[in-house]
Design a protein around this ligand. Structure first.
Ligand SMILES: Nc1nc2c(c(=O)[nH]1)N[C@H]1C(S)=C(S)[C@@H](COP(=O)(O)OP(=O)(O)OC[C@H]3O[C@@H](n4cnc5c(=O)[nH]c(N)nc54)[C@H](O)[C@@H]3O)O[C@H]1N2
Ligand SMILES: Nc1nc2c(c(=O)[nH]1)N[C@H]1C(S)=C(S)[C@@H](COP(=O)(O)OP(=O)(O)OC[C@H]3O[C@@H](n4cnc5c(=O)[nH]c(N)nc54)[C@H](O)[C@@H]3O)O[C@H]1N2
Ligand SMILES: [Mo]
Length: 665
């Protein structure tokens, strides 16, 4: 903290699940947080995105939850403000009752994910683990398949510093829309363009990023694996592929297998002309280094893992791995340096796949789930398999939601607990794409009666132990600072080049000091080699049917993160906007700006139609979380992707392999 004029300035790091993880400076005057701006430390842009208003508005938003409340009947909207003591007492008694009834703590379930990934927020897991074996989720909806793909190929998940793009001659933005989802990377991309790099966007949708690119390659959703094989074929035929046999396994086999695949079905899978693919192959052959950035959108398909593996191999075989400006960026697991002591991890947790939660709830019978705690998550808006989830809901005896707003899930809870923002608590957050770890220091006191997830864990632990001594082993007496100190082991401090966690008061620290990985040609795999994937005989690719003739793509929106849009509901349409090509729309008797129904075998939703001439005729596009009513995921059964088990213990989910039909309402 320091003082500037008559303002107190505190350091923060945006703890949202975003590529940019922006360092923030917060200006507080007279106890009121007045202004936030980007901090330039560690090569950050010094700017904040358009969500800056949201971040600030959340703190003092009139609809923010400030007191614990109890709902008389789920979904009734009849809320009663209660004290923390009452809320925690109801929860503690239910936990003890269930434990006694089932002689087990497995009926207690925690579902926590994307709201805030900071270290001390893992107190929620810690509190659950302190009770005994409970049911929790594993895996991630974001990036499981791609993580596994890179782990299999390189042996680890390491990204290059984004400034490496300045060294590239060609930048391929593949299934990523940074103009919306990583806006602070765009200046680097523009600067690279100014230095002569060509930028290609590969996406089934003509995105904001595509508008900024030099070339845009449209393709069918899920056609990327086929596209990569076509590129390998063309480059192999012109002797543009090479590799070091001492550093690679499976390269010759992969090239052979690629050459044996007939081109016609591949071209059909991509939905592109041979000419366009030759053009792209030419760019790759002529421009060295090529930097490829694979987005999370790219791997939200059943073959997402294979796709990333093929792209890794393409990069290796064109000589782009381990050189400045080259490589395939996806996601970094640098935060794994932390021990996460606060979680009090245990071996006997009953884990279920976060991407198959609804089904798991139904399948778990011995003992069944009776108590659900939701934190940092709006299950009923963002999860898949909602039909099953809602069906199961009535069997839950107590649903607790800790959140800042009365989310879709909170509206179906028994108890809501108000949580603090990153300006009201102490914590540490690290990025999965930038290479830094930073601090959130309290700028203002908790608003209303809001409490951090850690403080809530403490309260519950204390009450449980009052009612039944020895129930919880969570170290509730420990102060925030002590929890942090335990995470910053000597090894962590050494890796971050700091002496103690308090050094982060001066700004974020780096967990990666190398600008780009694999410089010495040795990989983190068991044998130190890069592993090329095996090519299957033909590719799985999910395609529209007569009954459901449209791909339903629901990528991430510009103005808000995921479902975190309650602060701006007044600006949003009531129903989701769905974009469709006017020709396709007319075939289905749809009119621009009119309501319609979108449905599939999972259910149906009401939407508002918007014509968009740049869309393929078989795609319906809608941004997730971008309407008051939400509800897109009612249509999503949650088909698993091919990979994810290795790194996250659960497969990913093919969010974008969803097919629908549409008609006027
Ligand atoms: N503004 C904003 N930023 C965010 C988020 C947000 O909600 N809003 N969310 C954060 C989170 S949690 C995540 S996981 C990331 C996600 O951010 P991104 O990695 O950008 O992922 P998506 O938005 O899912 O999809 C990116 C692009 O993939 C395209 N795509 C879909 N299918 C295919 C395909 O088969 N092939 C190809 N080549 N492209 C395809 C989509 O059309 C989309 O343009 O962003 C983070 N940052
Ligand atoms: N159709 C479709 N669905 C998707 C996706 C898609 O691309 N398309 N993307 C998926 C992806 S990649 C993701 S990451 C998920 C994200 O979905 P979720 O995991 O539900 O995450 P968010 O919507 O980011 O945030 C959830 C809640 O956390 C709350 N929160 C914020 N800070 C805190 C805190 O400190 N404590 C507590 N207790 N709560 C807090 C927020 O107010 C918000 O209501 O959605 C997935 N769903
Ligand atoms: Mo995500």
């Amino acid at each position: 903290m320091f003082f500037h004029g008559n303002c107190q300035v505190t350091r923060h790091i945006c703890p949202r699940n975003c590529y940019d993880s922006c360092p923030i400076l917060a200006y507080t005057r007279g106890g009121k947080l007045e202004y936030i701006t980007g901090d330039k430390k560690e090569g950050a842009s010094g700017r904040l995105c358009s969500k800056r208003e949201e971040i600030l508005a959340t703190v003092y938003h009139p609809q923010r939850l400030l007191y614990p409340q109890r709902q008389l009947r789920r979904g009734s909207g009849q809320w009663q403000q209660i004290s923390w003591n009452e809320a925690i007492d109801i929860i503690a008694r239910k936990i003890l009752e269930l434990k006694e009834r089932y002689h087990s703590t497995l009926p207690l379930c925690l579902n926590k994910y994307s709201g805030n990934f900071s270290l001390l927020h893992y107190a929620a897991e810690g509190m659950f683990n302190s009770l005994g074996p409970t049911t929790q989720t594993t895996g991630t909806p974001c990036f499981s398949s791609g993580l596994d793909a890179q782990r299999l190929d390189f042996g680890a998940n390491v990204t290059a510093d984004i400034r490496q793009m300045l060294e590239a001659r060609l930048i391929i933005l593949w299934g990523i829309n940074p103009a919306w989802t990583s806006v602070h990377t765009m200046p680097i991309i523009y600067a690279a363009q100014e230095r002569g790099a060509k930028v290609v966007v590969i996406d089934p949708v003509y995105t904001e990023t595509a508008r900024k690119a030099d070339y845009y390659i449209e393709l069918r959703p899920g056609g990327d694996a086929a596209l990569t094989v076509l590129l390998l074929q063309k480059l192999a035929k012109t002797q543009k592929l090479s590799y070091n046999p001492d550093q690679t396994t499976g390269a010759a086999e992969l090239i052979d297998a690629a050459l044996q695949m007939p081109a016609a079905p591949l071209l059909k899978a991509v939905g592109q002309t041979d000419e366009a693919i030759s053009f792209l192959a030419g760019l790759l052959a002529e421009n060295h280094p090529t930097h490829i950035w694979c987005g999370f959108g790219l791997q939200r398909h059943i073959q997402g893992g294979l796709t990333i593996r093929l792209i890794d191999a393409l990069s290796l075989l064109t000589g782009n791995i381990g050189i400045p400006g080259g490589g395939v960026n996806f996601a970094d697991k640098g935060m794994d340096i932390f021990p996460f002591h606060i979680m009090q991890k245990r071996q006997d947790t009953r884990f279920v796949n976060i991407n198959n939660f609804a089904q798991s709830l139904q399948d778990l019978t011995d003992p069944p789930i009776k108590f659900l705690w939701i934190a940092c998550r709006d299950l009923l808006r963002q999860d898949v398999g909602l039909k099953d989830l809602l069906q199961f809901w009535s069997q839950l005896e107590l649903v607790v939601v800790a959140d800042k707003f009365l989310t879709h899930s909170a509206q179906m809870a028994d108890i809501v607990l108000p949580v603090t923002t990153e300006f009201e608590e102490l914590d540490v957050y690290g990025s999965y794409f930038r290479h830094w770890v930073g601090l959130n220091e309290p700028a203002i006191p908790p608003q209303g009666e809001a409490k951090s997830d850690l403080e809530i864990a403490r309260l519950l632990t204390r009450r449980l132990n009052e009612l039944a001594p020895g129930t919880s082993t969570f170290p509730a007496h420990r102060r925030d600072e002590e929890f942090l100190a335990a995470e910053f082991t000597p090894a962590v401090c050494q890796a971050l080049h700091i002496k103690k966690w308090q050094d982060l008061y001066q700004g974020p620290a780096r967990f990666r000091h190398q600008a780009y990985p694999w410089q010495d040609g040795r990989f983190a795999t068991a044998d130190g080699r890069f592993h090329c994937c095996t090519l299957p005989k033909d590719f799985p690719q999910m395609l529209p049917t007569k009954e459901y003739p449209f791909h339903f793509l629901t990528p991430h929106a510009q103005e808000h993160i995921n479902g975190q849009s309650y602060h701006q509901h007044h600006l949003m349409s009531e129903y989701p906007l769905v974009y469709i090509h006017p020709d396709a729309a007319r075939k289905h008797q749809l009119q621009d700006l009119h309501p319609a129904v979108v449905w599939n075998e999972q259910g149906q939703i009401t939407v508002s139609v918007r014509f968009r001439t740049d869309l393929a005729p078989d795609i319906i596009l809608s941004m997730q979380g971008a309407s008051q009513k939400g509800g897109l995921n009612v249509l999503n059964s949650g088909v698993p992707t091919d990979l994810g088990l290795l790194t996250t213990s659960a497969s990913g989910v093919a969010f974008y392999d969803v097919f629908v039909n549409i008609a006027p309402k």
